[in-house]
Design a binder for this molecule. Structure first.
Ligand code: NI
Length: 140
């Protein structure tokens, strides 16, 4: 069901608009309006997710860390045992001499998943923790 359309005027710095236009061109958007609608939908879904505190979620947590950092590998393994209840699979990829990528698929309550993400983020030697969730997004 298509909602009615409202026109708005937006003021933007030139650089920001140039950057946006170059991205939407490379992605094949035929109009700026359609790209802005998609960008706003992504923004809304992103923040709806951040506000989401509980409920069943399926997702992937990616963790990048320096395996030379003392104790970090053991800590990550130990932490995954603590959260065994929500972990489905773990895949380990050696990125280069120093860096490892751990892809942890999770299924369970969002509050527990967020708790695990928080614990991973707090580990020294960990440089990046990201969560991608696969719950149904609302359409606008
Ligand atoms: Ni490795």
């Amino acid at each position: 069901m298509e909602d009615s359309i409202t026109r708005i005027g937006v003021s933007l710095p030139k650089n920001l608009l140039n950057e946006f236009d170059s991205i939407i061109r490379s992605r094949g958007y035929s109009s700026r309006s359609e790209a802005i609608r998609d960008a706003i939908r992504m923004y809304i879904n992103e923040f709806r997710w951040l506000e989401r505190e509980s409920g069943e979620v399926i997702g992937v947590v990616s963790v990048i860390y320096d395996h030379n950092f003392k104790g970090v590998t053991d800590m990550i393994i130990s932490l995954q045992h603590d959260f065994n209840e929500i972990i489905t699979t773990t895949m380990h990829i050696h990125l280069d001499e120093e860096n490892c990528l751990e892809m942890i698929t999770v299924r369970g309550d969002m509050s527990k998943i967020k708790k695990m993400v928080g614990r991973l983020n707090s580990l020294k030697g960990v440089t990046s923790v990201k969560l991608i969730t696969a719950f149904r997004e609302e359409r606008f």
